[in-house]
Design a protein around this ligand. Structure first.
Ligand SMILES: CC(C)(COP(=O)(O)OP(=O)(O)OC[C@H]1O[C@@H](n2cnc3c(N)ncnc32)[C@H](O)[C@@H]1OP(=O)(O)O)[C@@H](O)C(=O)NCCC(=O)NCCS
Length: 144
């Protein structure tokens, strides 16, 4: 597995992964818009065919940052890819003097919640009916 910065040219593959993995996927325009921001960066995991199999995107401002999206292709899960993507993100954020990384997750997303708690994220809040007015978001934060 190879890890590198998320480039705009990865967006077509990432759009497919979004559709496969989320009920409310980001489309190509939304992904392209990230690259108009000065404070966006991300990382991708690519296989030996240079296909994107995992990605994380993040925005930062002052001493805080938010994970915009994170996903690993089904057949590549439980191999430490998401953990590596988070480790790379945390390293970059520390260089930028960011102190806290936030994210939101569906209450029912037990796999992702297990990952975040293993990485040291702590629950700091909830947003009622955040997802299409049907499911709560739990807000997690990691001190960097
Ligand atoms: C959540 C997700 C990103 C995890 O990616 P991953 O590459 O499989 O995660 P990792 O292999 O780095 O997991 C590291 C640790 O997190 C925990 N973990 C990860 N996925 C888990 C799951 N489904 N169930 C229980 N624990 C899990 C485990 O402790 C795991 O270590 P282990 O495999 O040695 O037990 C992936 O399942 C995914 O893309 N899901 C669909 C999209 C999604 O829900 N994204 C998050 C939106 S908020």
């Amino acid at each position: 597995m190879t890890y590198r910065s998320w480039q705009k040219s990865d967006n077509a593959e990432i759009e497919k992964l979004e559709k496969e993995n989320f009920p409310d996927p980001w489309n190509g325009n939304m992904l392209d818009d990230c690259f108009t921001l000065d404070n966006f960066f991300g990382f991708v995991a690519v296989d030996d065919q240079d296909m994107v199999v995992g990605y994380i995107g993040c925005v930062y401002a002052a001493d805080q940052a938010d994970v915009m999206n994170v996903c690993v292709k089904d057949e590549y899960r439980r191999k430490g890819i998401a953990k590596t993507l988070f480790d790379l993100t945390a390293e970059r954020l520390k260089d930028l003097n960011v102190k806290t990384l936030f994210l939101e997750v569906r209450r029912s997303n037990f796999g992702a919640i297990s990952l975040y708690e293993k990485l040291g994220f702590l629950k700091v809040g909830e947003r009622k009916n955040y997802y299409q007015n049907t499911e709560d978001a739990i807000i997690y934060a990691l001190s960097l």
